[in-house]
Design a protein around this ligand. Structure first.
Ligand code: GUN
Length: 295
């Protein structure tokens, strides 16, 4: 793949090898393999696919995984009991509750019930607070993946102007915190833009690095960017396309074909940020089993 394309699939494969070697070393030293559990409620097709990919990735690196599949009509009380069960199960090092949850369940209440030491998604308020303070914690998957992609593609972040589009709790806000933090992979000047930002193009044209996480297909055009910008595309959307065997094609928040000549580096969709997010989960599960964050 050309040097311009940030190959998330290849970087993720390399990181999986590194994790597999660490898991093998633990087992050689007579420790149990790390054990991840996932709870999925309902039949959401995308969530089913994500959870299957997470199971497969665990298997690839030697991490044990257990998936609890609960019906759509599971009550909040029942789900809280499942969370308590996993909090107290000494065999489980870490677990996730796949989102989104059905409407009748209060997501925040569920996340707050997870023992922070087992919160390998890094979604618990305590872990988010620790990230904000620059303390060791489980980083959420997508921000972790973006930081690693930039680092491993040798993109200098220190002193650069990063423009983030989108202020979600799981991507835009935490990646802004991480990249602006006084730390090895931080020290950037970060502008966080959102739906109420004015004169967006004036801001995006100043970006040395642009991170698009707004959930709008092919929103970012070359006319919004300066020559040489590094573009990280977090979006993933199915667009109907009868010329494809599946009847659709995948696009990001960035109009790739339009932007590719303007950018010095760019992540593709698929095969950019996506594969890195699963690696983050494996990485956090390993940290949990080694008790490296919560002793
Ligand atoms: N749904 C979409 N992304 C994620 C994620 O990283 N973790 C969980 N638990 N659910 C998700």
């Amino acid at each position: 793949m050309s040097n311009k394309i940030i190959d998330g699939k290849a970087i993720a494969a390399l990181m999986k090898k590194e994790i597999a070697a660490q898991v093998a070393a633990m087992i050689d030293a007579d420790n149990e393999a790390p054990h991840l559990a996932a709870i999925i409620v309902g039949e959401d097709a995308a969530s089913q696919t994500y959870v299957s990919s997470k199971e497969r990735a665990c298997h690839d690196v030697g991490i044990t995984s257990t998936v609890y599949r609960l019906p759509e009509n599971t009550t909040e009380k029942k789900l809280l009991e499942m969370v308590d069960f996993l909090n107290n199960d000494a065999d489980i090092d870490g677990f996730i509750v796949q989102l989104p949850l059905p409407q009748h369940i209060n997501t925040n209440k569920i996340i707050e019930r997870i023992n922070p030491a087992k919160d390998v998604d890094g979604f618990h308020p305590r872990n988010i607070g620790m990230m904000q303070l620059g303390l060791p914690t489980y980083l959420p998957a997508t921000p972790f993946g973006i930081v690693e992609l930039l680092h491993r593609s040798k993109v200098e972040v220190n002193g650069k102007h990063v423009v983030v589009l989108g202020r979600s709790n799981i991507v835009g806000t935490p990646v802004s915190v991480l990249l602006s933090r006084k730390s090895e992979h931080g020290n950037a000047t970060v502008t966080l833009c959102h739906s109420q930002s004015k004169n967006l193009e004036e801001i995006t044209k100043q970006a040395d690095i642009l991170i698009a996480a707004i959930g709008k297909p092919e929103f970012v055009k070359a006319s919004m960017l300066k020559k040489g910008v590094v573009v990280i595309d977090v979006g993933i959307h199915r667009i109907a396309d009868q010329s494809k065997e599946k009847g659709y094609r995948l696009v990001g928040d960035v109009d790739f074909d339009d932007v590719v000549t303007t950018a010095s580096k760019i992540t593709p969709v698929p095969g950019g940020v996506g594969p890195m997010t699963i690696v983050a989960l494996l990485h956090n599960t390993l940290l949990a089993s080694k008790k490296e964050i919560y002793k």
